[in-house]
Design a protein around this ligand. Structure first.
Ligand code: NIG
Ligand code: FE
Length: 390
């Protein structure tokens, strides 16, 4: 096993605070870190650093944990730029646009889908994402959902079966039969390639009973639950997510006090996707209300061709700070440590000793620059599993 000493770190964010720290970021100044194989072997002030096989000097730059993007829809074909342009001149976003991408995705070869995911994952890597969750949801047949998940599995372990994204046009007059398919034969076909199961619980998609039935069927075959909840209006999504013990309720834009209480008492992570509100010109979720109630708030991109086609976690951090009034520290923690919680992963999202060595070197003296310099390509280097990948 070889070891590498990263030294000259002006500011290191570990997300592993010690007593008395004012933020959960576990900041160390003038720091060093030893990568031992694929793990973090040592962290501390550079003057105390041990020897290693090789060393890399990052010349005073900041080092942060790699971003954990816990919500994306990367397996698709086609383009909806015209829908975006129409939205910018006043058309509302509706769930129905999903069917356009379903038609293009069904018609695409496995190779086209794989190339698309490869391109987007590479884009994410260059922007500092080291863990990504990828959903199906644009196939909506047993064959097309399972092949989407098989493609996604080639890139990540965090794969999510989203057969309940929208009711496909061939079932609009027989929704009950589609729900049986999603919770039955389609689930069976997808299970070998999925870790999670998700439902879009919303007017125009699936209701509370349907969501409950689908998530329960997934749990019975070992899949963890997640939920698209309360995105376009108030609704039962968050409550059902809390009731079934989902890892995360995502979007959370329209919440009642009871929804906030349920998130706080259940420990379900609220994953906010501010790129969606930016790209659909919609009101942002109330992050301060959630944080004030003690809810764990994560941030992810939701990268997809309809509601938000960004792959950039730094953009989402900047939006969280500017538009949702999160502090730069809260937003960075939400995009790393909380993303890991949303995926129930202990060894990523932080740089404590023993963590997977997933880290990002920023061309900046402080992590605050992620929000202070929006749109600027600050990512200088990315290490995943102890290897430099960018
Ligand atoms: O998370 N809300 C449901 N699904 C996606 C949008 C999918 C699409 O419009 O193609 C989302 O926003
Ligand atoms: Fe989504």
């Amino acid at each position: 096993m070889t070891s590498v000493l990263l030294t000259g770190i002006g500011e290191l964010v570990t997300n592993d605070p010690t007593e008395g720290d004012r933020t959960p970021l576990g900041l160390v100044r003038d720091a060093a870190l030893v990568v031992d194989g694929n793990r973090v072997g040592w962290v501390g002030e550079r003057i105390h650093a041990p020897d290693a096989d090789t060393s890399v000097d990052v010349a005073g730059r900041v080092v942060i944990p790699g971003f954990v993007d816990s919500h994306s829809h990367l397996v698709f074909a086609g383009d909806r730029a015209a829908e975006f342009a129409a939205r910018m001149t006043g058309e509302p976003y509706t769930a129905g646009g999903i069917r356009t991408t379903v038609a293009a995705t069904r018609a695409a070869t496995d190779e086209t889908l794989t190339d698309g995911v490869r391109r987007l994952v590479a884009e994410m890597t260059r922007q500092g994402t080291t863990t990504v969750e990828i959903k199906s949801g644009y196939g909506l047949t047993a064959h097309d959902e399972s092949r989407a998940l098989a493609v996604a599995r080639g890139f990540t372990e965090e794969t999510t079966y989203l057969g309940a994204h929208v009711v496909p046009s061939e079932y609009v007059d027989d929704v009950a039969t589609y729900v049986e398919l999603v919770a039955g034969p389609m689930l069976e076909a997808c299970r070998p390639y999925a870790r999670w199961i998700d439902v879009f619980c919303e007017d125009g998609a699936f209701d509370a009973d349907q969501a409950r039935a689908i998530l329960t069927a997934g749990a019975a075959v070992g899949l963890g639950a997640r939920m698209h909840a309360n995105q376009l209006g108030p609704g039962p999504g968050v409550q059902v997510a809390c009731e079934v013990g989902a890892a995360s309720a995502d979007h959370c834009t329209y919440l009642t006090d009871a929804d906030v209480d349920a998130l706080a008492s259940s420990g379900v992570v609220a994953t906010l996707l501010p790129g969606v509100e930016f790209s659909t010109r919609s009101p942002y979720p109330d992050a301060r209300r959630l944080l004030g109630a003690g809810v764990t708030v994560a941030i992810a991109t939701d990268c997809n061709p309809g509601s938000c086609f960004t792959s950039s976690m730094p953009l989402c951090v900047a939006l969280a700070v500017r538009e949702m009034r999160m502090s730069p520290a809260e937003a960075l923690w939400a995009a790393t440590a909380a993303g890991a919680r949303a995926l129930r992963r202990d060894a990523v999202g932080h740089l404590g000793v023993g963590a997977v060595a997933d880290l990002v070197v920023l061309d900046a003296p402080s992590y605050i620059h992620l929000a202070y310099r929006p749109g600027v390509p600050l990512v200088r280097a990315v290490w995943r599993g102890g290897r430099q990948v960018f």
